[in-house]
Design a protein around this ligand. Structure first.
Ligand code: 13P
Length: 245
């Protein structure tokens, strides 16, 4: 399976960052076997897409509805028109701060897919849930309630992002990631049958150039969703290189 490495810039970057995006796009061309993307702030999608080359430019969220009185929101068609080819849905920061439910996330995923966007659907447990021994059941439930049943594995990837590992420098151990990704694959088999093997499963949470080789060599880890370390080519390109090994 081709690996997919996506940077999530969150609320970072400005027009001055286009040079950095160019540098990432240029360097990405050295790794033709890896799919590389950046989920950018909406204001950067169009200018970045104009000279992205093979780099997949994406959004960090999408509204479930095609148009209407939804102040501040962007539809899938708007994102496509701006040049986005991908969108993240269900990031834990949005689930926590915007109160998004699994049903909301499913509706957003369906809207993205219907417009032709690649979708990265995020799942992941809190530290309290992991410590209580509920990590796998929490993630299984998120998948069951948010994965569009007919999703095409070529167009949708799952990102496992344990909330306690995001922006904390605390990366999940390879053993924990392997166990969770195997559990996700098993749940996908229950939900989607033989298609389950074809979904790309990304790990996210404090991925760096140092830990990427170990994580990306793990069974059922088909890529990474990278926050802080995706903001500069210097930090991000070695993670792309690790996916090409
Ligand atoms: P960090 O890589 O900064 O921990 O962020 C991970 C993340 O939330 C990517 O979506």
């Amino acid at each position: 399976m081709r690996k997919l490495i996506v940077g999530n810039w969150k609320m970072n970057g400005s027009l001055a960052s286009l040079a950095e995006i160019d540098a990432i796009a240029q360097a990405g061309q050295d790794y033709p076997k890896v799919d590389v993307g950046l989920a950018l702030p909406a204001t950067l999608i169009a200018p970045a897409a104009a000279h992205a080359g093979g780099l997949i430019i994406g959004a960090q969220d999408v509204h479930a509805r095609p148009s209407g009185a939804f102040t501040g929101s962007l539809s899938a068609a708007m994102l496509c028109e701006a040049g986005a080819r991908l969108t993240i849905v269900g990031h834990s920061e949005r689930r926590a701060m915007q109160g998004e439910t699994d049903a909301d996330v499913q509706a957003k995923a369906m809207a993205g897919l219907a417009a032709g966007l690649h979708v990265i659907l995020c799942v992941g447990e809190t530290l309290a849930e992991r410590e209580a021994g509920h990590a796998e059941s929490v993630v299984a439930s998120q998948l069951e309630l948010s994965l569009p049943g007919d999703a095409d594995p070529a167009k949708l990837a799952i990102a496992y992002e344990p909330i306690w590992a995001i922006g904390t420098g605390k990366v999940a151990s390879v053993a924990d990631v392997a166990a969770m990704h195997a559990a996700i694959r098993a749940k996908l088999a229950e939900l989607t049958g033989p298609r389950a093997a074809q979904f790309r499963l990304l790990y996210g949470g404090s991925v760096t150039a140092d830990n990427a080789p170990g994580l990306l060599a793990t069974a059922d880890v088909d890529g990474a969703l990278v926050g802080g370390a995706s903001l500069t080519a210097a930090n991000f390109v070695p993670i792309i290189a690790a996916a090409a090994l």
